[in-house]
Design a protein around this ligand. Structure first.
Ligand SMILES: Cc1cc2nc3c(=O)[nH]c(=O)nc-3n(C[C@H](O)[C@H](O)[C@H](O)COP(=O)(O)O)c2cc1C
Length: 160
């Protein structure tokens, strides 16, 4: 199974997670800044990752390159999403960027896989939560980095 992880990252946390995820599934991690349409399309499982900035927005490189995603043929494609955030400092918009990516790829007809339990997190609100589940894997490198490896491994085992 060919896995491609496409990420955006300001401070490096999401980049680090993307590379850990891609190593665990012998995939490639590609920065959204340099990603091509082929990177989105030529894989069996597409994993998208973004930190949340502002008051619940996508990371800037994702915003600036969102047309690459919108132009990709993702109908029926298996897509999984992960998000990095900080539930202590931003409890009202925790990992909101995952919700934005979810709406984008759902609109393109992708099949989103890898929903996760919201148990184990302490936040107030998140647009990444739909019907009681996160639309992807929520990671908090600021306050729960010790849980990341276990969360990633468990998540991937359900995807691959
Ligand atoms: C100015 C600023 C705003 C942020 N806003 C949010 C937010 O709304 N929700 C959230 O979950 N995390 C928020 N964060 C936390 C980042 O998403 C988190 O630190 C992430 O790991 C950064 O990833 P990066 O190093 O790949 O850029 C914010 C951080 C900063 C500095």
């Amino acid at each position: 199974m060919i896995v491609t992880v496409i990420f955006g990252s300001d401070g490096g946390a999401t980049k680090g997670v993307a590379s850990r995820i891609s190593k665990k599934c012998q995939g490639r991690a590609v920065d959204i800044k340099t990603a091509t349409m082929a990177d989105f399309e030529n894989c069996d499982l597409l994993i998208l990752g973004s930190p949340t900035y502002g008051d619940g927005t996508l990371q800037t490189d994702w915003e600036e390159n969102i047309d690459k995603l919108r132009g990709a043929r993702l109908k029926g494609k298996k897509v999984a999403i992960f998000g990095t955030g900080d539930q202590e400092s931003y409890p009202h918009s925790f990992v909101d960027a995952m919700g934005i990516l979810y709406d984008e790829v759902s609109g393109l007809g992708a099949t989103v896989v890898g929903f996760t339990d919201t148990k184990g997190y302490d936040y107030v609100g998140s647009t990444a939560e739909r019907e009681g589940k996160f639309v992807g894997l929520a990671l908090d490198q600021d306050t729960q980095s010790g849980l990341t490896d276990k969360r990633v491994t468990a998540w991937l085992s359900g995807l691959i």
